[in-house]
Design a binder for this molecule. Structure first.
Ligand code: ACO
Ligand code: ZN
Length: 283
């Protein structure tokens, strides 16, 4: 039997409209109760304010001047921009973002205290502004060495490679900081799938680039990953061999063949990546 607390945590919104998209929420999010009785709630894609009726929303859109997340653009390439938003300076915006993302995150509590976090927001640009595609939050100083607290691609943009870019960006920041990071635990199922895919790809790439011997610690440092994440990835790739009384790192033929297939797929689809030299940012 469920406690009343758990029962109140079932999905409470039927539909949201954001930008050009109608999206069905996945999970409970603590929007004010008066909003949960509406068929649709309207969210301004720039300031993330929410409205119960189309009329009030339309009035807001005429007044709203925001065209991108309220922070510095710290990265820009042909495909995307990243804005760094400080939770303490942009409390309302950050709380609105947390409410919105909670609709798609089951295992996280919404912190109304957004002050300790920075929000790295990925946008695509067009003539109408910078459209939020996804983001990750990061604690200003994580005692556990986490480089990501929450990560999300808005559902209308999922499965297009944006999550991978967000993850790559989080490690690009860690490299710039000279730190080794890992995402906050526990990971969701989708989070785990995405991280595993990223870790496997980068570890295999690093090994293929390496001439001669390399240690777990060296690999971890080069990729700004923790030694534990590198070790788990090597084990999952079956890449740790015991040879002449020592552990050696060595890719199996199956993994190398798989890599060739993946490269071909990426050649066809066009692979996006983060260009570290375009990151204008100091820790
Ligand atoms: N099924 C199977 N594999 C998947 C799926 C899926 N639904 N989603 C991602 N993957 C794997 C695939 O290997 C994929 O590569 P491929 O498409 O070439 O096969 C790889 O992950 C990367 O996929 P992306 O398209 O780059 O990821 P996406 O933009 O969809 O974002 C994310 C991934 C952020 C986890 C997204 O699913 C999401 O926002 N989910 C809801 C929120 C969530 O669970 N966040 C993580 C919580 S944990 C934390 O915050 C630390
Ligand atoms: Zn607005």
């Amino acid at each position: 039997s469920k406690s009343t607390n758990e029962i109140s945590k079932v999905r409470n919104l039927s539909q949201i409209q954001i930008g050009q998209h109608l999206v069905e929420p996945w999970y409970f999010s603590p929007y004010p109760v008066e909003f949960t009785e509406e068929d649709t709630i309207y969210i301004c894609e720039f300031c993330l304010s929410f409205f119960a009726t189309e009329r009030v929303f339309a009035r807001h859109r005429q007044k709203c001047t925001l065209l991108h997340p309220p922070g510095n653009e710290i990265y820009r390439d042909d495909a995307a921009s990243f804005f760094e938003v400080d939770g303490r300076r942009q409390r309302t915006w950050a709380r609105n973002l947390s409410l919105l993302s909670k609709l798609f995150l089951d295992h996280k509590t919404v912190y109304s205290d957004v002050d300790p976090f920075l929000f790295y927001c990925m946008c695509t640009r067009d003539a109408f502004g910078c459209h939020l595609v996804g983001y990750f939050s990061k604690e200003k100083g994580s005692p556990d060495g986490y480089n990501v607290a929450c990560i999300l691609t808005l559902p209308q943009y999922q499965r297009s490679g944006y999550g991978r870019l967000l993850i790559e960006f989080s490690y690009t920041l860690s490299k710039r900081e000279g730190k080794q990071g890992s995402p906050e635990k526990p990971l969701s199922d989708l989070g785990l799938l995405s991280y595993r895919a990223y870790w496997q790809e980068t570890v295999v790439d690093a090994l293929l680039e390496t001439k001669g011997e390399v240690t777990v610690d060296e690999l971890a440092q080069r990729m700004a990953m923790t030694p534990a994440d590198v070790l788990h990835t090597l084990l999952s790739l079956n890449a740790l061999k015991f040879y002449k009384g020592q552990h050696v790192i060595c890719l199996t033929d199956a993994v190398i063949a798989q890599k060739e297939k993946q490269k071909e797929k990426q050649r066809v689809k066009g692979k996006r990546c983060i260009f570290p030299e375009k990151l204008i940012w100091k820790p």
